[in-house]
Each structure stands twice: as structure tokens, then as C-alpha cells.
Design a protein around this ligand. Structure first.
Ligand code: GTP
Ligand code: MG
Length: 197
């Protein structure tokens, strides 16, 4: 994909504030600190466009990025330990779930999993929710640069088994550090953006 423009559009706290121009969009989900904002930046080759941090809970609200004036990337808060009051956290969770389940222009959700760990209960719940909502999901195993060859093979296999994936399901190994995985992710994103539903 040739990125001619990538700009922050807005952060919204309510579903009604999401763009209404009908452009397709791709959203990124995963636990706090797994590397959602970093992956988004790596895909766009724009460091610092989406704010990243070593402290979990960096991304707040639903953040829309306008790409090529054609589609949106949507950066979401991580599930898990966002460093905010409980009430605010449950409000975000409610809005995010409503967004994921009801947004008609959502063509693809990229769910990030930390390549170093077995998926958590929350990872399972998220995947289940997306499946029930019939949203196309693509799994990416992030921070793959932190693993040796052997660990990588072993962990990817363990993640597949843990999530009970079909043989034809794909997990894209990804690193925001080496940019491994950028090309295969774009291939799938591009084909989903073109799909009619
Ligand atoms: P929240 O917004 O808090 O939910 O986090 P996030 O999922 O957006 O994570 P973010 O992109 O902010 O990254 C969290 C930390 O992990 C940062 O310190 C990143 O530099 C680091 N990180 C992200 N991706 C990678 C990766 O592929 N490899 C390595 N080694 N570090 C990464
Ligand atoms: Mg983030």
C-alpha cells in the first residue's frame, strides 16, 4: 500500500461521534502494552503518529486516523490494566464493545497477542466476542523480535493450540522493531478494505 497521507483525525468517547462518511476502517485490539499503537505506526511508517509508551494504558478513547483520505485506522485502549479510575475503565470498555459489535464500516479487526505469552482469559473473551459479532479478525503475534528461532516456533504453536485455531487460520508474526510482518499485514488489510461487507 502506498501511503500518501496519514493524519490523526479525532478521539471519540461516544459511538455517535464516530465518522459518518461511510469509509471502511480497520481497528486494533489487544491487552494494554501489547503494541497496538506501535504496530499502527509501523504499518504507516510514521513514528509517533499514534502515541506509544512503556507504561500500559497509554491509548485512551477511540482514536481515528485518516489514511490516504480513503479509510481509517482505529487505535483502541488496551484491555487489562489501564491506569484510570474503575468507573472510567468500565465506561471505555462499554463504548469499545459497542463499537466493535455495531460499527458497520468495520472491515477488519487486528487482534494483537504477545508472542512471548500464552493468550490470557481476556484475549480469549475478545476473540470470542469478535467471532460472535462476525467481524473478520486477523491475529498478529507481536514483539516477535524478542524470541529466538526455537522459542518462536514453539510459542506460535502453543498460541494456535491454546486458541484452538483451524489449520487454515493465520497468525502473522510481527515486530515493530524489525518491521517483520508489515507486508503480509498490508496484503490482508488491502483485500479486506475492498470487500463489500
Ligand atoms: P496501550 O495503548 O497502553 O494499550 O498499549 P499499546 O498496545 O498501544 O502498546 P504500545 O504500542 O504503546 O507499546 C508498548 C511498549 O511495547 C512500548 O514500550 C513499545 O516500544 C514496545 N513494543 C511495541 N511493539 C514492539 C515490538 O514489536 N518489539 C519490541 N521489542 N517492543 C515493542
Ligand atoms: Mg496504544
Amino acid at each position: 500500500m502506498n501511503i500518501t497521507s496519514a493524519t490523526f483525525l479525532k478521539s471519540v468517547m461516544r459511538i455517535e461521534e464516530c465518522p459518518r462518511d461511510g469509509r471502511p476502517e480497520v481497528a486494533f485490539v489487544g491487552r494494554s502494552n501489547v503494541g497496538k499503537s506501535s504496530l499502527l505506526n509501523a504499518l504507516l511508517n510514521r513514528k509517533g503518529l499514534a502515541k506509544t509508551s512503556t507504561t500500559p494504558g497509554k491509548t485512551q478513547m477511540i482514536n481515528f486516523f485518516d489514511i490516504n483520505r480513503q479509510f481509517y485506522f482505529v487505535d483502541l485502549p488496551g484491555y487489562g490494566y489501564a491506569n484510570v479510575p474503575k468507573g472510567v475503565k468500565s465506561e471505555w470498555s462499554r463504548v469499545m464493545m459497542a463499537y466493535l459489535q455495531r460499527r458497520e464500516t468495520l472491515k477488519l479487526v487486528i487482534q494483537l497477542l504477545d508472542a512471548r505469552h500464552t493468550p490470557s482469559e481476556k484475549d480469549h473473551e475478545m476473540l470470542e466476542l469478535l467471532r460472535r459479532a462476525r467481524v473478520p479478525v486477523l491475529l498478529a503475534a507481536t514483539k516477535i523480535d524478542k524470541l529466538s528461532r526455537n522459542e518462536r516456533t514453539r510459542n506460535l504453536k502453543a498460541i494456535r493450540a491454546d486458541l484452538d485455531l483451524d489449520d487454515d487460520a493465520v497468525i502473522i508474526p510481527f515486530s515493530a522493531v524489525t518491521a517483520e510482518g508489515v507486508k503480509p499485514l498490508w496484503q490482508i488489510i488491502a483485500s479486506c478494505l475492498k470487500s463489500p461487507t
